[in-house]
Design a protein around this ligand. Structure first.
Ligand code: 1CP
Length: 339
């Protein structure tokens, strides 16, 4: 069976001989060709250029041998269309100058896909016309993760500012979450209509919620995304979320993607029948010498061979400075397994 199709077979719940693999490169600009294509342009400038977005998106398939591409974009680009002013600061990541806590934003605007210059629909169409057999992953941020940047104006990884607003001004918190959830639904639907084969919801900071907070969040907001997606294929990613596993199972995502802190194989037979699992090599290991990395890669794949829908992935994104050769080695090890 051709490797490229193993990703789609896994996503569709069909038998696949080889274990598929892909990596998110968020903030991990590890490919020299990527730097060449960027030519000192910011992510915001590049995403206005569908040809470059398409080219960057395909690089890891060509150079690393992964089984699927993720479209080049960022979870925060849509917030400009909602009335927030975004820029990316080297070494700090995304910054929003008129955040909710800055007191400079009185009104959140409804998200309109047609008004969003950064929406990568043209790039998705180009990608699928140039590489019809390469699976393409579209994405958005999880509502609370995106909302946390709108609230604090920068990374709020432990959700301290976001949880504080939730306690002090629950109505304001809920209004923001409603706006963001509705925006994320439109964003995902646009990418699916343009040709993405699957979408991933990156809810990186959701694991900083208590079980009760997450339950409220899931019931009132997050579940709406999966209901609205209907039969479209989806992957839900979160970090530090082991205490939420029994709730993650109920989301209705096609796949659950767990970080390196989780014992992924213990979820086999625990998640709903038909739910796939993705993960979860510690990204730090891909910078820690090839022997340790190979041993852990093999341990994870060995432990996941009984899981039908399984995609090998890092437990988060590729770290900056990671050697592309190590990533190629990981892909080759995963592909050397036959089921
Ligand atoms: O100009 C620049 O240097 C921008 C660099 C950059 C890029 C290229 C950022 C800043 N994000 C991205 C692309 C990106 N972001 C992708 C593209 C897909 C790929 O190429 O693999 C994806 C999937 C994301 C998703 C994303 N952005 C998440 C969720 C995943 C995660 O890392 O937890 C989050 C939290 C962001 C916010 C963000 N954008 C950029 C940075 C450095 C960050 C994180 C900063 C923080 O810790 O708050």
């Amino acid at each position: 069976m051709c490797n490229k199709n193993n990703f789609l077979a896994a996503i569709e719940g069909n038998d696949h001989e080889k274990v598929p693999v892909w990596f998110m490169r968020q903030a991990g600009r590890y490919l020299p060709k990527y730097h060449e294509l960027r030519k000192n342009r910011s992510i915001m400038e590049i995403t206005l250029d569908p040809n470059t977005v398409e080219e960057i998106s395909y690089l890891p398939v060509n150079e690393i041998g992964v089984d699927a591409s993720i479209i080049f974009s960022d979870i925060l680009l849509p917030v400009e269309t909602m009335g927030f002013t975004l820029h990316y600061e080297d070494g700090k990541g995304p910054m929003i100058s008129n955040s909710v806590l800055s007191g400079q934003n009185s009104k959140i605007m409804d998200y309109e896909p047609a008004a969003d210059p950064y929406l990568p629909v043209e790039a998705v169409r180009l990608f699928k016309s140039r590489h019809p057999s390469t699976p393409l992953i579209g994405f958005c941020g999880g509502p609370v993760t995106v909302a946390s940047y709108l609230i604090k104006g920068e990374s709020d990884g432990d959700l301290a500012a976001t949880r504080s607003l939730m306690y002090r001004k629950p109505d304001v918190y809920r209004r923001i979450l409603r706006h963001v959830t509705d925006a994320m639904i439109l964003l995902l639907k646009s990418q699916i209509s343009a040709g993405c084969d699957v979408v991933q919801i990156f809810d990186s900071w959701a694991g900083s919620m208590s079980r009760d907070q997450f339950q409220q969040y899931r019931e009132n907001f997050l579940s709406d995304i999966f209901t609205e997606l209907g039969s479209s294929r989806s992957i839900y990613f979160s970090t530090s979320s082991w205490h939420l596993v029994d709730q993650l199972k109920e989301l209705g995502a096609t796949f659950l993607s767990m970080d390196w802190r989780s014992d992924l194989s213990s979820l086999i037979g625990v998640v709903r029948s038909g739910t796939g699992l993705q993960g979860n090599l510690d990204p730090v290991l891909s910078q820690s010498g090839s022997q340790a990395c190979e041993t852990e890669t093999r341990r994870i794949v060995d432990s996941m061979l009984d899981q039908d829908g399984y995609i090998f992935n890092l437990g988060h994104g590729v770290l900056p400075g990671t050697d592309p050769g190590t990533l190629r080695d990981i892909v080759n090890i995963v592909h050397s397994y036959s089921r």
